[in-house]
Design a protein around this ligand. Structure first.
Ligand code: SAH
Length: 218
């Protein structure tokens, strides 16, 4: 069960988290402002309410986790989001990252392979009055219907870069994706230079739950 009430205590803790994120190197003020606007505790079980603004990952059900606030901020910064851009997110999970993208003015499409997480995220996001398109499906396939995208964000660890996602990125577009077979992944920023050529830059090691194929109904 979630806690859909924002109190002074939560707001104060959010300010503290924002300070921490900026000390950790997040520079984009718009992203810090978005963290101020989106109540992270709404996306967590009530049991985690007290720690919702510490820089930690938590279980969100179906063996999945909500990403660390720093990881969300870092991936978002790499994406260089501009208002009105079409963004595809793979791994809706709790819906927290989705909401941050919406708060930045992006037109967001987000895919989740677990039906229960997809529905729980939809409930909180509707409550916050954001209007992304939430899709229950397999992120490996992307979303051809709404492609091409200005930006693509993968929030689960991919064994390799899915070809279909590269296809659905606009020329000049950016994809941020953690890639690696084991428990750790390298954060990659890929820029589509032309229809057939890509540049890639590496940004350190992170730990994500794995990107898996097919959907799960439960
Ligand atoms: N952005 C999320 C992070 C959740 S963890 C948040 O802010 O909470 C990553 C999520 O990716 C998990 O919910 C997992 O179920 C989902 N996932 C893994 N493989 C997937 C796939 N092929 N398609 C869609 N979602 C996937």
């Amino acid at each position: 069960m979630q806690h859909l009430k924002d109190t002074f205590k939560h707001k104060g803790k959010r300010k503290q988290l924002i300070l921490e994120l900026s000390e950790m190197g997040i520079k984009d003020q718009r992203i810090l402002e978005a963290f101020d606007q989106v109540p992270r505790h709404f996306f967590l079980d009530l049991a985690f309410d007290d720690q919702a603004y510490s820089n930690m990952a938590f279980q969100i059900g179906s063996g999945q986790t909500i990403s660390h606030p720093y990881t969300v901020a870092f991936q978002t910064e790499l994406l260089e989001i501009q208002k009105g851009e079409k963004v595809l997110e793979i791994g809706t999970g709790s819906g927290f990252q989705t909401s941050i993208l919406c708060e930045l003015g992006a037109k967001v499409f987000s895919i989740e392979r677990y039906s229960d997480l997809h529905l729980a995220a939809k409930f909180v996001i509707d409550h916050l009055k954001y209007t992304p398109k939430l899709i229950f499906g397999d992120g490996y396939k992307g979303n051809a219907l709404n492609a091409p995208f200005d930006k693509i964000l993968v929030t689960c660890g991919a064994p390799e870069i899915p070809n279909e996602l590269l296809k659905q990125l606009k020329v000049g577009g950016i994809m941020v994706i953690p890639v690696g077979e084991g428990k750790e992944q390298k954060m990659l920023k890929i820029i589509k230079q032309t229809e057939t050529s890509f540049s890639r830059e590496e940004f350190g090691t992170f730990k994500f739950v794995p990107m898996l194929e097919r959907t799960v109904k439960k």
